[in-house]
Design a protein around this ligand. Structure first.
Ligand code: ADP
Ligand code: MG
Length: 247
């Protein structure tokens, strides 16, 4: 059953239409990967789903509820739909623990004790429990990204959006972060992720969508998209990816 539904979504920055009618269904427990060249609209699509951008037409639903357009309860939406960014976006003046417990206590109605207990449990799962009192600038990029994932999970989201979360990491740190995402996938978390890690997409994705100039040009299983792409544009993109050593 469809859990996240994107229906004919258009979005413009000024006169520049960057999403030109995107439709997408993500079922519960499914992991959907968005691939495509830089500028194709991957981040914009994820940002629209999380109401960080306003769509110009179309509709987005989560668990049947419309979450796009005027009158949407953004706090409620973001409790249900978590997001992790390429650039971590942790608050630099707050400890790891405070970064994680902020939303659950301020918006989620949890007590400090409850939120901290959950944060420590989640930090333990990503091997970061001993860093709970550290500040972000004392952590490596990979560690900061693990904290950012935990922060998103702390609101118990029903869907997690991940926007190229390993793109800013040194190569030796990428594996740890992808390993965590892989575990989340195995646990059945519903995820929609933009990624340049094609090998990873091949392993975890139940569906791969190739975006080109604001449209989903081709979609299918990882095997279909990576091994038998039907569209010339998809083939060109993948051959550049292969040349870059990412497949
Ligand atoms: P991707 O994530 O696939 O690289 P984006 O969604 O970031 O693509 O960008 C899609 C298009 O939207 C690009 O043409 C980009 O220049 C434009 N764009 C992205 N963010 C903004 C912004 N804040 N203001 C204006 N144009 C933007
Ligand atoms: Mg992007």
């Amino acid at each position: 059953m469809t859990f996240l539904e994107v229906r004919d979504v258009h979005m413009s920055y000024g006169h520049n239409e960057v999403l030109k009618g995107v439709s997408l269904d993500v079922a519960k427990h499914e992991v959907v990967c968005l691939i495509g060249a830089s500028g194709s609209g991957k981040s914009t699509l994820l940002r629209c789903i999380n109401a960080l951008e306003t769509i110009t037409s179309g509709e987005i639903r989560v668990d049947g509820d419309v979450v796009s357009g005027p009158g949407v309860d953004v706090n409620r939406l973001r409790r249900n739909v978590g997001m992790v960014f390429q650039s971590y976006n942790l608050f630099p003046h707050m400890s790891v623990l405070r970064n994680i417990t902020l939303a659950p206590t301020r918006i989620g109605g949890k007590s400090k004790e409850e939120a901290e207990a959950q944060a420590l449990e989640l930090l333990g799962r990503v091997g970061m429990r001993d860093k709970s009192h550290a500040f972000p600038d004392a952590l490596s990029g990979g560690q900061q990204q693990r904290v950012a994932i935990v922060r998103a999970l702390a609101s118990n989201p029903q869907v997690l959006l991940l926007d190229e979360i390993t793109a800013a990491l040194d190569p030796e740190l990428v594996g740890d972060v992808l390993g965590i995402v892989r575990e989340l996938a195995e646990d059945g978390l519903t995820m929609l992720l933009a990624t340049h890690e094609m090998g990873f997409a091949k392993d975890v994705a139940s569906q791969v969508c190739f975006l080109h100039q604001g449209r989903i040009l081709e979609r299918g299983t990882a095997a279909q998209i990576f091994e038998e792409p039907q569209e010339e544009r998809t083939r060109q993109f993948l051959s550049r990816v292969v040349t870059a050593g990412r497949l």
